[in-house]
Design a protein around this ligand. Structure first.
Ligand SMILES: [Mg+2]
Ligand SMILES: [Zn+2]
Length: 180
């Protein structure tokens, strides 16, 4: 069977708002606000044949700021908000370990991406990681996917593309597969 390509998405700052005037960190479902254009971008990527995964560091769980049960409610809300726009994600992986735990899943480690790739039969060489932190880019690079940085260009690490938001990232991804 031919392996599928995927787009791995960071959550905070890529899919939903964080560090904006109305929400710093998402600690409850009602603080989850989709960034405009995200649902359409996800729909377009799916139409182009990509599976869509979320890979998010949630060290607040391990550190005791956020209950895992609340995190799951936040992710239910995320899926509900996307569903209202006919968009959906195939799976959401999170690292709940303390930032200092030294686990293999917390980005910049590639553990979440590699694990999803194994479980869903993903061809990483045809896949992409989109994130707003240099650690997202490092995780993607370590997993062997192409990388797209939202916001400023990363420091001391190469990203294949730098842009303002997921809508533009999706355009880049779709153009790059059409140009092959
Ligand atoms: Mg982020
Ligand atoms: Zn972890």
């Amino acid at each position: 069977m031919k392996k599928t390509a995927a787009v791995f998405l960071d959550r905070d700052g890529v899919i939903n708002e964080c560090m904006t005037s109305r929400v710093r960190h998402v600690n409850s479902p009602n603080q989850l606000h989709l960034i405009p254009g995200v649902s359409q971008a996800i729909r377009e990527l799916r139409t182009a044949g990509f599976m869509i995964f979320v890979v998010t560091n949630q060290g607040g769980v391990g550190a005791g700021f956020l209950k895992e049960s609340t995190l799951r409610l936040i992710h239910d809300r995320l899926k509900d908000e996307l569903a209202k726009d006919d968009a959906f994600v195939d799976d959401i992986a999170f690292c709940a370990h303390k930032p200092t735990a030294g686990c293999i899943c917390r980005k910049p480690e590639p553990g979440m991406i590699k694990d999803l790739a194994k479980r869903y039969g993903i061809d990483l060489s045809k896949s992409f990681m989109v994130g707003d932190m240099d650690t997202d880019i490092a995780a993607g690079a370590a997993a062997g996917v192409r990388t797209i940085k939202i916001g400023e260009a990363p420091v001391n690490i190469f990203a294949d593309f730098v842009t303002s938001d997921l809508a533009h990232a999706a355009e880049f991804i779709i153009a790059s597969i059409e140009n092959k």
